[in-house]
Design a protein around this ligand. Structure first.
Ligand code: ADP
Ligand code: MG
Length: 281
């Protein structure tokens, strides 16, 4: 397999022609652009370069997209296509090299790191493939971690953490340590931690990558329920089976959007779970 590091270094004029052809002939239902008032995320012609000494990787090559409040987007694409680069920017962990990113109407593309951190803490929840929980810390304490940077007192912190754990169905595991929980439970703690500051958007980069298929659907059940409650969700996934639980699927290739379609006949994860065997079976 070609190392993704080298992908995007060389110009590919043919790919540009293909791109335009695909845009003229969309093969699925067209995604309606949200109005400015309704867009939580608005990305305008964003490029991201990584400078590696002599070479320069062009990881995002003119990406524009808008996500409306209450949207549920799955981002797909092969390894090295720019998904994580985009997610890091959307999640305010990184800035674009050029172009604009408006988060709830505010241009955050030129903010300094410290300012980005404030926005991130206030508006964004992030879930990663590796759960990144602190080992010697209970589920409740892990969940409460992001509140340490907010001006709320200890009782309120614990209250919000308990509330977030309840949202992911783990109210009865508050005192458990990560080693005492399954992978799926640990991922649910990571989701609770991402929710504890009541973000406007939940980002998840391969949230089911380390999980068996039933547990993956359980995580999608939680995402769908949160999304039903109005939370905007943007996730990266390799698996088409996982992507179909979103309302919209965006496919990346070579740092560009190649496809952007609504999901028709979206399954409910709770229905799918009824058809899947449980671990005890
Ligand atoms: P994906 O998440 O779709 O696998 P990435 O966004 O991680 O893709 O990577 C897109 C391109 O940018 C790849 O060519 C990758 O090697 C390169 N890249 C990603 N992060 C860095 C970095 N920190 N430094 C240099 N190149 C990077
Ligand atoms: Mg990635």
């Amino acid at each position: 397999m070609v190392d993704s590091m080298f992908e995007g270094v060389m110009e590919r004029p043919k790919a540009v022609v293909l791109d335009q052809a695909m845009l003229q002939d969309p093969s699925g239902p067209v995604v309606r652009e949200p109005s400015d008032a309704n867009a939580v995320i608005r990305v305008e012609d964003v490029h991201r370069y990584y400078d590696l000494g002599e070479t320069r990787v062009h990881a995002l090559r003119g990406v524009s997209l808008a996500v409306e409040r209450g949207g549920f987007v799955a981002i797909m694409g092969s390894s090295g296509s720019g998904k994580s680069t985009l997610m890091n920017m959307l999640g305010c962990l990184d800035r674009p090299s050029s172009g604009r990113y408006l988060l709830e109407g505010t241009d955050v593309s030129k903010l300094e790191k410290a300012e980005l951190a404030v926005i991130r803490n206030r508006k964004i929840g992030f879930v990663f493939q590796g759960f990144n929980l602190l080992a010697r810390t209970t589920a409740l304490e892990n969940t409460a971690l992001p509140t340490l940077y907010t001006p709320i007192d200890k009782e309120e912190r614990a209250r919000r953490a308990a509330e977030a754990l309840a949202m992911v169905g783990l109210a009865n595991r508050a005192d458990h340590y990560p080693s005492q929980m399954s992978g799926g439970q640990q991922q649910r703690v990571a989701i609770a931690r991402a929710l504890v500051n009541r973000p406007a958007i939940l980002f998840a980069d391969e949230p089911t990558g380390n999980l068996d298929s039933r547990t993956a659907v359980e995580i999608m059940d939680i995402f769908q329920t949160l999304n039903d409650g109005g939370l905007t969700v943007v996730m990266v996934t390799h698996e088409p089976d996982v992507a179909q639980f979103a309302k919209r699927v965006i496919v990346f290739r070579d740092g560009k959007i190649r496809k952007d379609e609504c999901v028709s006949a979206r399954p409910r994860a709770s229905d799918v779970l009824k058809t899947l065997p449980t671990l005890d079976d």
